[in-house]
Design a protein around this ligand. Sequence first.
Ligand code: PRP
Ligand code: URA
Length: 208
Amino acid sequence: MKNVFISDHPLIKHKMTKLRSESTEPKKFRELVREIAGLLTYEVTSDLLIKDSRVTTPLAETKGYELREKIGLIPILRAGLGMVDGVWELMPSAEVWHIGIFRDEESLKPVEYYNKLPVKPRVGLCLILDPMLATGGSAAATIDILKRWGVSRIKFMGIIAAPEGIEYVHKQHPDIPLHLAAIDDHLNDDGYIVPGLGDAGDRQFGTG
Ligand code: PRP
Ligand code: URA
């Protein structure tokens, strides 16, 4: 599908297997979320705009490059928090803006509870971070918020998606690229991704 990118990286596949395992403890789980987010960053950022610069090495002055765009990381609370450090380590000048959304357990609809975006965007590219794209409601709602805010370029970075969620987000926002580590089989009746990894928030924070 256009604008959906699934990583084929062997390290990601290896780490995904450990992430999915029910025997992986929260400490290891958080480590894996951070590492997978870092590896995905390499692929998600391959089209970032750069500009020429100069640099002086110990031997000579030479041509260099620097990023042209200011980047915003938008983790969706809670589970998206675990992806921040993996991405931020590689782009320390990025700004981080949190959006709080949870799924209503009955309706599975997204409920927004936190948003402290400044009045006007100061960033050119926003990377939405959330490990799970299930019905797609939380991702689509966040994209709506960022579009209303006036951001010109948005990408979604996730770890596991259900086909139903990809279709939903793609229908609402065909212009937004979705970068993922895996697409799973289906959503169950409770809105969980199968086989998935369970509840990404609970597994990171030891709750549930
Ligand atoms: C999870 C996950 C996504 C959302 C995905 O969050 O982190 O934000 O569900 O589901 P959707 O695609 O059907 O919207 P959850 O609501 O469990 O909140 P939490 O991260 O605070 O645990
Ligand atoms: N949120 C999760 O954390 N896991 C799922 O499988 C679906 C939504």
